[in-house]
Design a protein around this ligand. Structure first.
Ligand SMILES: NC(=O)C1=CN([C@@H]2O[C@H](COP(=O)(O)OP(=O)(O)OC[C@H]3O[C@@H](n4cnc5c(N)ncnc54)[C@H](OP(=O)(O)O)[C@@H]3O)[C@@H](O)[C@H]2O)C=CC1
Ligand SMILES: O=C(OP(=O)(O)O)[C@H](O)COP(=O)(O)O
Length: 343
């Protein structure tokens, strides 16, 4: 079994930790915690090893959590690190991983230079195999690239324009906003998503802009894509429906016409933490005219990158399986595809 350590146990880290625990190819060495809060106690009770900065050892013990070791020991015991630290901290952690000679997978909040390659499974898995440092692109970029790479493979995408309607905060983040505003995400002309996506799909011109809205549940994106030759809607829906990580939802038939209803459906489906790993593409929103395809999709920011983090582990570990098998294994363990039967 390949020994995986998780540095960071927040929104992304705890979900990836649970995914690693489900996969018998990998052994979760443990997690690094920095704050002795409820989540360290819950992880400890679940039997997950907790590693801590040495100066925090007593704080954890006083909360009833006996650490397994220090960060240094965590690095020694892990064969691959998944870094799910707050944006920017991963870059600082890179030198620790390099000094310990350990490969690492970073998240999209880090600058692209943190890794050898920015990664998105449907786009560049083969290029990622055997790399030492990968960066799984951010949640919106992951959602965007899944669609663009699938369309590109089939129809040769020439350019894409994207509007990202970004959630203001994750549900736990009570100090963020906006509370009563729709705010430009940036004072620059474009948002980072298009530029980031072009690192992975360099031959397609992708321009994105973003606004931030007062909601915590999901992001929503509007994509306007130009392909090389004229297509019809049936071709587009058929191609999208081939992929388990893309969920076509018909709001007329299902009543699912909002992010809150989607999250409720995921709760009803007993998805762990009401996670939706799939891009939810509203079927009615797919408009096709000549070379132009547009659509609206919802992206569950807390969980969308979990499958890609798992695939990234296969790539870095050099597991000898073709892309289709890797995706199949990850999808099966996370239950991806199950919602297709009920929606
Ligand atoms: N949340 C989201 O919607 C998404 C986030 N991402 C990206 O994932 C990354 C993690 O984000 P998210 O999970 O939201 O962050 P959170 O703030 O939820 O969690 C961050 C975790 O990192 C830990 N931590 C603190 N300092 C360090 C450090 N120096 N090194 C390692 N870990 C540290 C914290 O520990 P403790 O709790 O013990 O203090 C906490 O567990 C970011 O790059 C972000 O951009 C990507 C897709 C979606
Ligand atoms: O990766 C994300 O968004 P992004 O794809 O818009 O950068 C996550 O929702 C994290 O966003 P945050 O940096 O606002 O916490």
């Amino acid at each position: 079994m390949i020994k995986v350590g998780l540095n960071g146990y927040g929104t992304i880290g705890k979900r990836v930790a649970d995914a690693v625990l489900k996969n018998s190819r990998f052994q979760l060495v443990g997690i690094v915690k920095y704050t002795p809060d409820y989540s360290s106690k819950m992880a400890f009770k679940k039997g997950i090893n907790i590693y801590v900065p040495p100066e925090k050892w007593r704080d954890f013990e006083s909360q009833g959590v006996t650490p397994k070791g220090t960060i240094q020991e965590f690095l020694e015991e892990s064969s691959i690190i998944i870094d799910a630290s707050p944006s920017g901290k991963g870059f600082a952690n890179l030198s620790l991983y390099k000094a310990a000679g350990k490969p690492a997978i970073f998240q999209g909040g880090e600058k692209p230079e943190v890794a050898e390659l920015s990664f998105s499974t449907y786009c560049n898995y083969d290029e990622a195999v055997g790399r030492k440092y990968l960066r799984v692109v951010s949640c919106n970029t992951t959602g965007l690239l899944r669609i663009l790479c699938v369309l590109h493979k089939e129809f040769n995408v020439k350019r894409a324009r994207v509007l990202v309607i970004r959630r203001g905060a994750d549900p736990k983040e009570d100090a963020r906003g906006p509370i009563n505003s729709i705010k430009l995400e940036s004072v620059e002309d474009v948002s980072h998503h298009g530029k980031d996506a072009m690192l992975v799909l360099p031959n397609v011109k992708i321009i994105s802009q973003a606004v931030v809205v007062p909601t915590t549940l999901m992001h929503v994106q509007y994509l306007d894509v130009e392909v090389a030759t004229p297509v019809i809607k049936e071709q587009v829906t058929e191609v999208l429906s081939r992929y388990a990580r893309i969920l076509l939802v018909d709001p007329k038939k299902t009543g699912l016409d909002s992010t809150s209803k989607l999250i409720e459906a995921a709760r009803d489906f007993l998805r762990s933490r009401n996670d939706i790993y799939e891009n939810v593409v509203f079927e009615n929103s797919i408009l096709v005219s000549g070379n132009s395809i547009s659509l609206i999709q919802a992206i569950h920011q807390e969980s969308i990158v979990v499958p890609e983090n798992m695939d990234a582990l296969y790539a870095v570990a050099g597991v000898k399986l073709p892309l289709e098998k890797v995706v199949e294994e990850t999808d099966k363990l996370l239950g991806i595809g199950g919602l297709k039967d009920v929606f």
